[in-house]
Ligand binder design. Structure first.
Ligand SMILES: [Zn+2]
Length: 453
């Protein structure tokens, strides 16, 4: 493929909106230059152009139960009862099923404006397969859907603090230290030849590993980002305090060099002191606001993180919702509900909520996934989203008004085209594989739903 040029009526650059520019993309899919329009032959994109959004936290297999957990029994319903159902679904999947459902999920995520995904992958053994098989299934899925993937194989060892033995349902997740290191090393060779693939790792949570093992592991595997579920549930924080005398963020920061390599997923119950510590470290906080709301986790004080100069990113997590705007909308709305104010995350300097949140989450997400994305500038990969400029709700608005509308209304049909590495994957709000995969995916979901999922 040769290089391409796109005329952008408006493009969101690192320095703000640029009007009437031409973006040139190399044959390898990277932005070469963005210049004022002189090339009248470059085709005009159908709306304003913004960076593709990195999705820092996905569990692809959980898409299969999306929307199916709305029935409450007589007991209290919580994260823990939801988890039982999810474990049941894991027991029914094969690696082939995982590849199909992940391909379907990733195409939906691309339609939702996500152009790269961090897959926090812990069901290593499905139907007793070798752990490498499920990782390969996820890489194949990303290749078909045409999105960036940072695969984050999970190190999972225990059921709870104090090295509690794993439950039967957790056996497919369990890897010993040597097996985990070998898995990472094998995968490192496989991702090396593909620009869209990157590799990190993910100690599942401080309850599922021994924190004393982490510094050694990070030193043995010095490349790539490290993600961890940190403080999602109040019960988890209380168990951590009871077992160690410390809150999870404090415990982690006392055992490892917390820095730009780290992404702390669901720092929901971080204390004010924790937040200052995270902000100073350069680590990214990965928030999944729609899943956190669905599971009744709690509200992360994102305003305090941003005031302290911290970095945040978003993820789709359980994949109940698959549009980036829905996460940003929920992130801002939860702050409004708890602070009784509006446009909270814009900060005291003022500005537009749409642009503020999109730019922050794209930059934080790029760091957390170690993908060369998150900003439209030369040298970055040409991952971008084009809004539907002729949509009746967008036509005639300024670029900032359109981005505000995208984030506060969260309508999927506001996204017209999505490109990854300069390749158009979505046109007219529809991914090119949607029609072909609808039937096989529907059959898989119906089959699993028939087994009590
Ligand atoms: Zn998670």
């Amino acid at each position: 493929m040769s290089s391409q040029a796109f005329h952008c009526p408006f493009l969101l650059s690192a320095d703000g909106w640029r009007k009437d520019v031409v973006m040139t993309v190399s044959s390898a899919g990277f932005i070469e230059r963005i210049v004022n329009r002189t090339d009248e032959n470059a085709p005009t994109l159908p709306g304003i152009v913004i960076p593709g959004m990195p999705n820092v936290h996905s569990h692809a297999h959980q898409r299969i139960i999306a929307g199916l957990t709305g029935r409450r029994g007589r007991d209290e319903d919580s994260f823990w009862s939801w988890r039982e159902l999810m474990y049941h679904a894991v027991g029914l999947l094969t690696p082939t099923d995982l590849e199909l459902l992940a391909t379907w999920l990733y195409l939906e995520l691309v339609e939702g404006g996500y152009t790269s995904v961090g897959e926090f992958h812990y069901p290593h053994r499905l139907a007793d397969c070798e752990p490498i098989a499920t990782s390969r299934a996820l890489m194949a899925a990303a290749g078909k859907a045409g999105c960036g993937l940072t695969l984050l194989p999970v190190w999972y060892r225990y059921a709870g603090f104090g090295r509690q033995a794993p439950e039967v349902e957790q056996q497919p997740f369990i890897l010993g230290r040597q097996a985990f290191v070998e898995l990472i090393q094998t995968l490192a060779e496989q991702v090396a030849s593909d620009d869209l693939l990157h590799l990190g790792m993910a100690p599942h949570s401080l309850r599922a590993i021994d924190v004393a093992d982490l510094a050694g592991l990070a030193a043995d595997l010095p490349e790539g980002p490290i993600h961890v579920h940190i403080a999602e549930q109040k019960a988890e924080v209380e168990a951590c305090l009871a077992a160690t005398g410390k809150r999870p963020v404090e415990l982690l920061a006392d055992h490892v060099e917390l820095d730009e390599r780290w992404c702390l997923i669901h720092a929901t119950h971080a204390s004010d002191r924790d937040i200052i510590r995270i902000a100073r470290s350069g680590a990214v906080v990965g928030l999944c606001p729609t899943t956190e709301a669905d599971l009744g986790d709690g509200i992360f004080p994102a305003d305090r993180l941003l005031e302290a100069g911290g970095r945040l990113a978003i993820g789709s997590d359980s994949n109940l919702m698959t549009t980036a705007a829905a996460e940003l909308q929920m992130l801002e709305w939860t702050q409004r509900l708890s602070r009784h104010q509006r446009n909270v995350l814009v900060g005291k300097g003022g500005g537009h909520i749409g642009r503020t949140l999109w730019v922050q989450a794209a930059a934080g997400g790029a760091q957390a996934l170690a993908q060369p994305v998150g900003e439209l500038s030369p040298g970055r990969r040409a991952d971008f989203v084009v809004l539907a400029g002729d949509h009746p709700l967008l036509r005639g608005l300024t670029p900032d008004q359109q981005l505000d509308a995208l984030v506060t209304m969260a309508r999927p049909d506001f996204l017209d085209e999505v490109y990854v590495a300069g390749q158009r994957r979505v046109c007219g709000a529809v991914h090119h594989l949607r029609a072909e995969l609808s039937e096989p995916f529907a059959e898989l979901r119906a089959r699993l739903a028939g087994h009590g999922v």
